[in-house]
Design a protein around this ligand. Sequence first.
Ligand code: PGA
Length: 241
Amino acid sequence: MKLIITRDYEEMSRRAADIVISHMVQKPDMVLGLATGSTPEGLYQKLIEAYRGGTIDFSNVRTFNLDEYYGIDEDNDQSYHYFMKEKLLDHVNIPMENTHILDGMAEDVHAECMDYERRIDEAGGIDLQILGIGKNGHIGFNEPGDVFIRRTHLVDLDQETIQANSRFFTCKEEVPTQALTMGIETIMKARKIILIASGEGKAEAIYRAVKCEIHPMVPASILHVHPDVTVIVDEEAASKL
Ligand code: PGA
């Protein structure tokens, strides 16, 4: 696990963007794993700028998102479909058929999850996966628990996650309590992973992910056994290391 501590959010975003950009230049048809949340917004802005500047081209890139709320339509402005379009996909030249996000309205959840795994495999696997981290140590929506859940699945969100997500919703009742998420093995199969975190609120999670032994109560701790993980955190998120 390689650790990069940056001065601030801006530098964290730039260092992460540099890695994605150099990968995309070397492999224009790369398979990119995307994350949602506040943390990657700066990174996505920098990818848009690099695209506008002519440094990168998304026409052959394929993307797979980590997760999506369950029971929320993709047109809902709180869905991760909506987030990805607004923050990245609508601003670059990626063909929409190259973008993959789990269907939060799928009637047959099991079939949707199996199909997602199949689509990732058919694309040749994920070359580079971007991850954020929850305050509770989750990656994707793999919440702390007794075991690591390997494959893409439906998950009951933690109270802490529901609380954190509630900042985007007008009332508590609207906050989804379930989501579809790539599993731990799905994430770990990515050839390269970058995990980004910013701010004091993530310091404890980063400490537990980086310093503690591997345990499903800290889902991000599994990254220790991945051969190519770069953790990029600003000084505040690194403050407990
Ligand atoms: P955040 O979410 O970037 O909005 O903090 C990260 C996560 O929960 O994985």
